[in-house]
Design a binder for this molecule. Structure first.
Ligand SMILES: Cc1ncc(COP(=O)(O)O)c(C=O)c1O
Length: 400
């Protein structure tokens, strides 16, 4: 039997999922902007009822532009199937709703995305589903948290904002032989830098709003894995309705074509900026898994191809000092999110955690001078120059 070489990432993202036999001969996948798909005759209706996979019925149940994007994402992640959603949160909530029943138990790590934690702690208990929050990196606590009714384990890697890394080999050893489904939100890593399915993780979730879309112009989420797990989720999505629209599907396809080029740049620039920040007198500490000073650098080195585009650092002084630094920036924009071509910077204490009191926020590890930088694809010298001029105010107020 002839064996084929596995294609490279860019070849995959440019070509996978594209139907180049479409009736217009268009090289790009058409945006099929329709909410309903009509039947030409009774035979077509009969075919649909018989389970035909080659036709569409109603936009919420799936559409051609979505299918092309899903095929591309599945090829990229090395997954049997991909299901797209209107946002990362829709992917997470629909997956959990589809998999869990009253009486089930979930384990989640404590530095997961805040809204995912909110969902597990505040929404799931209303349906009689209990969630245990365990400390990220405490593998003993994860093992001890497993009960007879534990149905699902959910975590992220790298995490936000400290970029902690889950040791996937160690994690999967805990769940081997159990009936627990392990889900990894791999948004910060992307399929370029980390491949959780190759470690035996059952389902991977991404906020495709971030690196997969890559241009800060769409919202989407995706869940990937074996069909026996994704199909019930796809069926549930037809009820919950958090479906992706044709335009966002197209933007995602378009963004994915430069995915490898962008990821290489994000990785390189973030590493350079992290190393530069570590030498800067105004900076107390830098958190980046590509730095030997990061507590999980060794795991990251073993498990990841690159360390991603997010760098977190801490300056001295008060929250006002940190805000003053952000306000001086000319090239970098202040805003949440990450993974786009434009660099974004945020001050978690005043932007993401403004509803918390200071003691609550500090308990969650969100320090006054903590700054999260999502490095875009601009020239790294320009980003460093902008950071340098902004950080001069911090040299006066704080520093080491
Ligand atoms: C790790 C992670 N997962 C999920 C989400 C939610 O994604 P979305 O904003 O696309 O709903 C986010 C959003 O920031 C995130 O950072």
């Amino acid at each position: 039997m002839k064996t084929y070489r596995r294609r490279g990432t860019s070849t995959t993202v440019v070509h996978a999922g594209e139907d180049r036999t479409n009736e217009y001969g268009a090289i790009t996948t058409p945006i099929v902007q329709a909410s309903t798909f009509i039947f030409r005759n009774a035979d077509e209706i009969r075919k649909l009822k018989a389970g035909a996979k080659d036709r569409y019925e109603y936009g919420r149940y799936g559409h051609p532009t979505q299918a092309a994007a899903e095929a591309k994402l599945a090829a990229l992640e090395g997954a049997e199937d991909a299901v797209l959603f209107s946002s990362g949160m829709s992917a997470i909530t629909t997956t959990l709703y589809a998999m869990l029943r009253t009486g089930d138990h979930v384990i989640i790590t404590d530095d997961a995305y805040k809204r995912t934690l909110d969902f597990c702690k505040a929404c799931l208990p209303r349906f009689g589903i209990e969630a245990t929050v365990v400390r990220m990196g405490n593998y003993g606590a994860i093992r001890r948290a497993v009960r007879k009714n534990t149905r699902l384990f959910l975590s992220e890697s790298p995490t936000n904002p400290y970029l902690n890394i889950m040791d996937l080999e160690r994690l999967m050893a805990i769940f081997r032989g159990t009936r627990v489904t392990v889900i990894s939100d791999s948004t910060f890593a992307t399929p370029f830098n980390q491949r959780p399915l190759e470690y035996g993780v059952h389902l991977v979730i991404h906020s495709a709003t971030k690196y997969l879309g890559g241009h800060n112009d769409l919202l989407a989420g995706v869940v990937l894995g074996k069909k026996k797990l994704t199909e019930p989720i796809r069926e549930y999505l037809k009820i919950t309705g958090g479906c992706i629209d044709p335009n966002s599907s197209y933007l995602l396809i378009r963004g994915l074509k430069t995915f490898e080029l962008r990821m290489r740049r994000h990785n390189e620039s973030a590493q350079a900026i992290a190393e530069w920040l570590e030498r800067h007198p105004a900076v107390k500490r830098v958190y980046y898994p590509g730095l030997p000073s990061h507590p999980h650098h060794d795991v990251a080195k073993r498990q990841m191809r690159g360390y991603g585009g997010v760098v977190t650092f801490e300056i001295g002084g008060t929250t006002d000092d940190a805000v003053r630094v952000l306000s001086r920036l000319r090239l970098l924009s202040i805003g949440p999110s990450l993974g786009g071509v434009e660099s974004l910077i945020t001050h978690p204490a005043t932007i993401s955690y403004y509803r918390c009191t200071r003691p609550e926020r500090l308990r969650l590890g969100i320090k006054d001078g903590l700054i999260r930088l999502a490095v875009g694809i601009e020239n790294v010298e320009d980003l460093i120059a902008d950071l340098d001029q902004a950080l001069t105010v911090a040299c006066v107020g704080g520093g080491r």
